[in-house]
Design a protein around this ligand. Structure first.
Ligand code: 3H9
Length: 667
């Protein structure tokens, strides 16, 4: 099968692209398009050209897997130029998604027709890039500066209806009759002749650029691509001649393409998709049917977990021990949905619909008809074993029994049942209805179809699911402790919580280790004996400093939960430190990076050596979607490669950290 097949219908030459799965502009597609156009232009019998795609979508962009590799085939920009300057009208027929280079291809076509369900956009910013095929210069000439600026800076696609409104498409086709409608439309366009986008003026107000920057200052902190995209829009507004604007676009594109941010974001694009694949498992493995889900525990975690399923129309039975806790939990779920409805995310009917498929219960017996039961009770091995032992006697054969434990041994939990093959870990991250990560913990005896079903259900509820092996804290929390231990130690050597946190937030993390501790609550896991002070945390708890929840922890908090460094906390740390016999010294930001982030990378290598993660990129996915590691740094393993194994190993040796063999071998 050719990537681009020419065919004739009267005076129209039809070019059909076929490059599954998403008709990306791989080199052979570019060649096919260029060759096809040459044929059309050379043939006097051809009066117009129709570009259409087979499969699920119009061209979804440049082939990202070609980036950074030696160039092959026709140059994309030359192909685009030839299309736009063609002496015969060219029509694009769009279904599925016309994204990035795909939309840029449509933009050099003279006319565009799309089915109502089509989506059109330039998502390059999400890959740390900009539409480098003239998109930043042609979009403003078609939809105006305001809309173009929004589209390039946010990367969100728009619907066909909006595209018609904005003039991005000229006509709507029938949902199932694109080929015929587009052909008829192309025939009409023959009389109209070519209409090159480059000849159209730029319209609209450039003030949108500053507005977007002001509105998104927080969201875009640390990112280069949104700003580069907007500089190109400014160039479009400033240059009547498109070639001058295209020059600016090229310079900005090349800078982004050769930088580390785009490399990191492209790495994450593939990492996220790769994470869904389970090594050694047949792709066509039969999945178990999940029609009803049971959740044990109606606290913050259980409630959030339930919402994921309710939002997708999957009925949930939620079980608590006491009526009061059950009522409170159900009330919180309702309130969350109502708050979302107030923001326009749901209608009142939808809220009632979701609440209508939630069954509150005080008895585990009510879980007998559930296909998947997720336990979200207190984090104690004895409690979990007791719950699973009971579930074993209650749940139907074939039901998947999942634990939301964040640290405990899933194999030990599974051993408390007579069906360890049906037991799996489903570690959600708080708030469970918001955070995208789901660690799926594969026990020693977890059946293949249980694992595959759990991954699939994770995808269905909108999570990025990653397989982890059984070990203390799995992938994410195991690495987190390698950050927290040295961070605490640094306090003893003279650093302050604010200094350490600042290094982390400047690195791009949403919060530092001590801000995170305050948010989680310092008293979680505390032994509750104020006379027993073995750690700074014990000392803070003994002084009644429990974190954000009571307005004081490592920081002081005002009523809006704004943090300021706390003199009392610093005095407590100082007192604790003075007893430690460690000399107080100045700690540099570089040392904080080396002591708190390098050990995480090292732990990642250990996790891989032990087979607790399938691949390094899975670890990156965990940290980006579970802990807010900045995506433009590509996750700890990708970042570790950028820093360089040699540099990391030298620093770890200097600081007395035992280095993973595989990391040392790489140095
Ligand atoms: C660009 O165009 C630059 C130009 O402006 C300038 C140049 C000078 N390339 O997501 P899915 C693969 S930048 C290569 O699971 P869905 C993907 O890896 C590009 N491969 O499906 C996966 O492979 P596998 C701008 C790609 O139905 C398979 O296709 N465009 C590409 O959930 C299925 O993908 C974009 O950023 C690609 N461009 O969603 C669009 N796209 O099966 C990026 C996908 O081996 N793509 N693959 O894991 C998407 O947003 C979604 O894939 C799409 C389909 C919405 C199209």
């Amino acid at each position: 099968m050719q990537s681009v097949t020419p065919s004739r219908d009267g005076e129209i030459l039809i070019l059909t692209v076929n490059n599954p799965p998403v008709n990306a502009l791989s080199w052979h597609v570019r060649d096919g398009l260029g060759d096809g156009l040459d044929v059309a232009l050379a043939d006097d019998g051809v009066k117009g050209v129709l570009l259409i795609c087979d499969g699920q979508t119009f061209i979804a962009g440049a082939d990202i897997s070609e980036f950074g590799k030696p160039a092959q085939g026709r140059n994309f920009l030359d192909v685009l130029d030839a299309f736009e300057k063609a002496s015969k009208p060219v029509v694009a027929a769009i279904h599925g998604t016309a994204l990035g280079g795909g939309l840029e291809t449509a933009l050099v076509c003279h006319y565009r027709i799309a089915v109502p369900s089509a989506k059109l956009g330039v998502p390059e910013v999400k890959l740390g890039l900009l539409p480098g095929g003239g998109g930043t210069q042609r979009l403003p000439r078609v939809v105006g500066i305001e809309q173009a600026a929004i589209m390039v800076a946010h990367g969100e696609p728009i619907s066909a209806a909006k595209a018609l409104d904005f003039g991005l498409i000229d006509a709507l086709a029938g949902e199932t009759t694109l080929a015929a409608d587009a052909l008829a439309f192309a025939k009409e366009c023959v009389a109209k002749g070519p209409r090159p986008t480059r000849d159209r003026p730029v319209t609209g107000e450039i003030a949108i650029v500053e507005k977007l920057k002001a509105e998104n200052a927080r969201k875009w902190k640390g990112f280069e691509a949104p700003y580069a995209n907007l500089r190109c829009i400014e160039a479009a507004a400033a240059n009547a001649n498109i070639d001058d604007g295209l020059k600016v676009e090229r310079e900005e594109f090349v800078k982004l393409m050769s930088g580390s941010q785009s490399a990191a974001q492209r790495h994450m694009f593939f990492a996220e998709r790769q994470a869904a694949k389970i090594d050694g498992l047949a792709k066509d493995i039969a999945l178990r049917d999940i029609k009803r889900v049971g959740v044990i525990g109606a606290g913050t975690m259980g409630g959030g977990i339930s919402m994921n399923f309710l939002s997708k129309g999957i009925p949930v039975t939620i079980v608590e021990m006491a009526q009061e806790n059950l009522d409170r939990g159900v009330g919180v779920i309702r309130k969350n949905y109502e708050n979302s409805a107030a923001k326009g995310r749901f209608t009142t009917e939808q809220v009632e619909g979701m609440m209508g498929i939630l069954t509150p219960s005080l008895s585990l017996d009510d879980l007998a008809d559930c296909d998947l039961v997720i336990e979200a009770v207190y984090e104690s091995m004895d409690v979990k074993k007791d719950v699973f032992g009971k579930l074993d006697g209650i749940c139907k054969a074939g039901a998947i029994l999942a634990s939301n434990t964040s640290y405990l041994d899933v194999d030990e939990i599974a051993a408390s049942t007579s069906r360890p093959q049906d037991v799996v870990g489903m570690h959600f991250f708080s708030p469970a209805n918001v955070m995208k990560l789901l660690e799926v913990v594969r026990g020693e005896k977890t059946a293949d179809d249980v694992l595959a079903t759990t991954m699939a259900i994770g995808k269905k509820i909108g999570k990025v699911a990653v397989v982890a092996g059984v070990c203390h804290g799995f992938i994410g929390n195991r690495m987190l402790s390698q950050r927290q231990i040295p961070a605490n130690q640094l306090l003893m050597e003279g650093a302050t919580p604010a200094q350490i946190d600042k290094v982390h937030t400047e690195f791009g993390m949403p919060m530092g280790p001590f801000q995170m501790s305050d948010l989680a609550g310092l008293d979680i896991g505390w032994h509750r004996d104020p006379t027993r002070i073995e750690t700074v945390r014990d000392a803070l708890c003994a002084a009644g400093r429990f974190g954000q929840k009571n307005g004081k922890g490592f920081y002081d908090y005002d009523e809006k939960r704004v943090a300021t460094p706390s003199a009392e906390a610093l005095a407590i740390i100082e007192e604790f430190r003075s007893k430690s016999n460690l000399a107080k010294r100045d700690i540099t930001d570089q040392e904080i990076i080396e002591r708190t982030l390098y050990p995480m990378v090292n732990e990642g290598y250990l996790i891989l050596e032990e087979g607790k993660a399938q691949r390094a990129s899975d670890i990156d996915v965990v940290w980006i979607y579970g802990y807010g590691w900045p995506i433009y740094r590509g996750g700890p393993m990708f970042w570790g490669d950028l820093e360089g194994a040699k540099k990391i190993v030298e620093a770890l040796d200097r600081h007395g950290v035992k280095v993973a063999d595989s990391l040392r071998a790489k140095a």
